[in-house]
Design a protein around this ligand. Sequence first.
Ligand code: FA5
Length: 365
Amino acid sequence: MRIHFKALPGKGCSRERPVTVDRLRRTGLYLPAMLGEIERKTAEVRGEWEKGRAGVESLQDLEELRVRFLGKRGYIAQLFALLRTLPPEKRAAAGKLINTLREQIEGELESLKGQLAAKAEAERLKREAHDFSLPGVWRGIGNLHPLTQVRLEIERIFMEMGFDVASGPEVETDYYNFEALNIPADHPARDEWDSFYIDEGLLLRTHTSPVQIRVMKSKKPPVRIICPGRCYRRDNPDATHFPVFHQVELLWVEKGLTMAHLKWIIEVFVREFFGPGYEMRFSADFFPFTEPSAQVHIRRAGGPWLEIMGAGMVDPAVFEEVGYDPEEVTGFAFGLGIERMAMLKYGVDDIRLFFQNHLRFLEQF
Ligand code: FA5
């Protein structure tokens, strides 16, 4: 329904152009309205508002209603336009009337908006409601490979003791893998560390010890590093050997270090890594790059011994090769096998299980 304002030109409440007294005057339709006339119109607009308000169902309906009543060319604006046709002394009373209606409409619009927003929100929640009694969708989340877990744990322990983590290339030169470690071309130790060769002078490293050389050549003592990494050997796979495996090298060079420090640090580490219930055994060994040399075996109480590392005091010939003065500094190193540590820690009796990627095995860690 549309309310017709007698004083308005043409089609009543024009939506195109604002109603001005000037326009009313120009069109010749200017009739000074009586206060009673404005009261009547105001009541008509109020009635219209009440009807409109009752039919509002959505925020969009509400916005349309707001424009119809409070918009620039809405009913309230038209009522105010009429006001200007009154003699000045009557305007205050009529203005009050219109203002009261406008405030009422504004207030009601606001509360309707609140109600509709709450209704829309309730509907949205209902629409998006979850049925928590339904069975869930199972999404398997991965976990770190046991060898990675063991490596991270070893790194944590040594980093807490103040060691830095270094790294070196897996494709290594003959010089770093053998020569600089006091293993010349005809040395019998090369048989034990036979590797996969890329060409004459390049091979897949057989241990992490070349990183010792790289680190010592790049900095002056003191040196305190560990180096975790992958190694390769032409070893036939069996329960404790695999052609690809991982080591963690440790190197500590400083003034005054002795075999006692080496033994102490290994003991502290083994105790921290395994906790109670394990036994450790030190025995003599030989490595061309350490003198004296040792090997370390570990076992779960009553179980079989497993060799976990080779170790020793850095040979003076190695210090000379990297430009350190063996009269000035001493140092020790070890290389431990990550797979063997994992086997002992988790009670795995065959190293090959770590490389077969069977989920039923891996999911246990
Ligand atoms: C070495 O590799 C020396 N570089 C260790 C070393 C470093 C000695 C610094 C002195 C000073 P060895 O060949 O024993 O040593 O290997 C060390 C450890 O690597 C072994 O105790 C074992 O835990 C692991 N390991 C060696 N070969 C394999 C293999 N084929 N599969 C799995 N683990 C292996």
